[in-house]
Design a protein around this ligand. Structure first.
Ligand SMILES: [Zn+2]
Length: 474
């Protein structure tokens, strides 16, 4: 493994010592270096040198990991506030949207200057208003990593339930906007700025067809060709089924090549190894699994390496019950910490990732390998599904098992069709069959706030007639 960029051997070793004090473990890429300092005398000498070397060291793993552990701070508060009833579903060009902007702009002001100009955070366009702040980079201020998610949602439902007609969009996407803003604040807490600039982008009008992100890409405030990477959030803190409560998805990282995919795996390993929150099961899927249905799509189309973090559309999607009570805050906070690590490493690493064009075959054998354990885990919840869906789960699980057993050389166009159909069908069946209720697993640590309702609450309403199916976007 190549060393992380931008710091000297001495400062790396200093970082390692500090890292071990915090984590009790080693930084993986400096083991060989540390072996040269294993005698007590040599270690003492090294430590003296290192303490001198720390101030100009750049961001070492220790800094990133130390900050990562509290990088979620305040995220749940922002999520809860954005999803509160008085923001009226944050529909674009409404009073609720204006109130949400008035709440979000001061948070962006804490993060850094506006991107439109130093004091201007709003990028208005005919259908809404994007909100953007920048943290100028330490060494490469003219290269940019954008961290974003949409803050708009659908406003009011035509189909009230028990008098509630507000589409709060807590997981979709108060959570994603809160994640992006919180990561911006956490980056400001680092001892120095990352090498590249980081832009925090809160998009408007995603729900009407990615209009805010699309407008930005067509009218960028910094050059798209200088945009090194884009991290997108849409639907976080959400669980598809109880057995899949710890499952979440990283979509499209192949657009940054194996290095971006590996970065997500490393960040997952670090988050799960931190002893905080929950152990996330991050499944990496190709771009196509997000169906181009979130703000990541315009960036990929513009040739920007992109990763899209999502929990996918579950039973509460686009219903009046996508509210704070169904948010899995422990999972959400782990997701924020994980994505913070990815964002900082992208901004700090020596070389920009290359953009890798989309796979014309759409899906890969690795997608089948990723899908298999998702289906296998879903079997634990098979009793929650209709008989028809139970058949589907058994059959598709057997099909994908065989596909994986046949190996990558046998993976062909037919298999691509099967994998995509199974993934899409599974999501549709989850929405159709399962009620919108909190789906927290039996927690090893207590969740943030008690679940309001659980499975077996027969008073729960069936969801899928409440919101017109025509709503096209996440
Ligand atoms: Zn969304």
């Amino acid at each position: 493994m190549t060393p992380r960029a931008g710091y000297t051997d001495r400062s790396r070793a200093a970082g390692e010592i500090a890292f071990r004090q915090v984590t009790g473990r080693r930084i993986r890429d400096t083991r060989a270096h540390m072996r040269t300092h294993k005698t007590p005398a040599a270690s003492a000498t090294a430590l003296c040198l290192l303490l001198v070397a720390i101030p100009a060291a750049g961001l070492v793993d220790y800094h990133i990991e130390r900050e990562a552990r509290s990088a979620h701070t305040g995220a749940a508060d922002i999520l809860r506030r954005l999803a509160a009833d008085d923001f009226m579903g944050r529909d674009n060009l409404t009073e609720g949207s204006e109130l949400a902007q008035e709440y979000l702009v001061p948070i962006l002001q804490e993060i850094g200057p506006g991107l439109v100009s130093a004091t201007v955070y709003r990028q208005p366009f005919p259908d809404g208003t994007n909100l953007l702040a920048i943290i100028p980079g330490r060494e490469l201020p003219d290269e940019y990593v954008i961290v974003g998610g949409h803050y708009d949602h659908h406003g009011f439902s035509d189909d009230p339930v028990d008098g509630d007609d507000i589409l709060n969009g807590a997981t979709d996407n108060a959570a994603g906007a809160a994640a992006a803003a919180t990561i911006g604040r956490a980056i400001r807490e680092l001892p120095e700025a990352p090498r590249r600039s980081v832009i925090i982008a809160l998009w408007d009008t995603e729900e009407d067809g990615l209009l805010g992100a699309d407008y930005y890409v067509k009218n960028p405030l910094v050059p798209i060709e200088q945009t090194a990477a884009y991290i997108n959030f849409d639907i976080l803190g959400q669980n598809l089924t109880p057995a899949l409560a710890r499952t979440t998805f990283s979509i499209g990282a192949e657009t940054g090549g194996p290095a971006l995919q590996e970065l997500v795996i490393e960040a997952t390993r670090d988050e799960n190894g931190s002893g905080r929150g929950v152990d996330l099961d991050v499944v990496e899927f190709s771009y196509i699994f997000g169906q181009g249905r979130s703000d990541y799509a315009p960036f990929v189309a513009a040739g920007v390496p992109t990763v899209f973090f999502s929990d996918a559309n579950g039973p509460c999607w686009h219903t009046v019950d996508d509210e704070n009570e169904i948010v899995d805050f422990e999972k959400f906070e782990s997701q924020v910490r994980l994505a913070f690590r990815v964002a900082v490493r992208l901004a700090e690493q020596e070389d920009r990732l290359p953009y890798v064009p989309l796979n014309p075959n759409l899906a890969t054998y690795e997608d089948a390998v990723g899908l298999l354990p998702v289906l296998q885990r879903a079997k634990a919840d098979i009793g929650l599904f209709s008989l028809d869906s139970q058949d589907f789960i058994r059959t598709s699980s057997a099909d994908i098992t065989q596909m994986v057993a046949d190996g990558p050389d046998a993976f062909d166009g037919t298999d691509v069709g099967v994998v995509l159909a199974v993934a899409a069908d599974a999501q549709t069946r989850i929405q159709a069959d399962l009620p919108c209720v909190p789906m927290f697993p039996v927690a090893k640590r207590s969740p943030v706030g008690p679940p309001r309702r659980g499975f077996g609450d027969t008073a729960r309403r069936v969801i899928d007639t409440r919101v017109p199916r025509r709503l096209p976007r996440r």
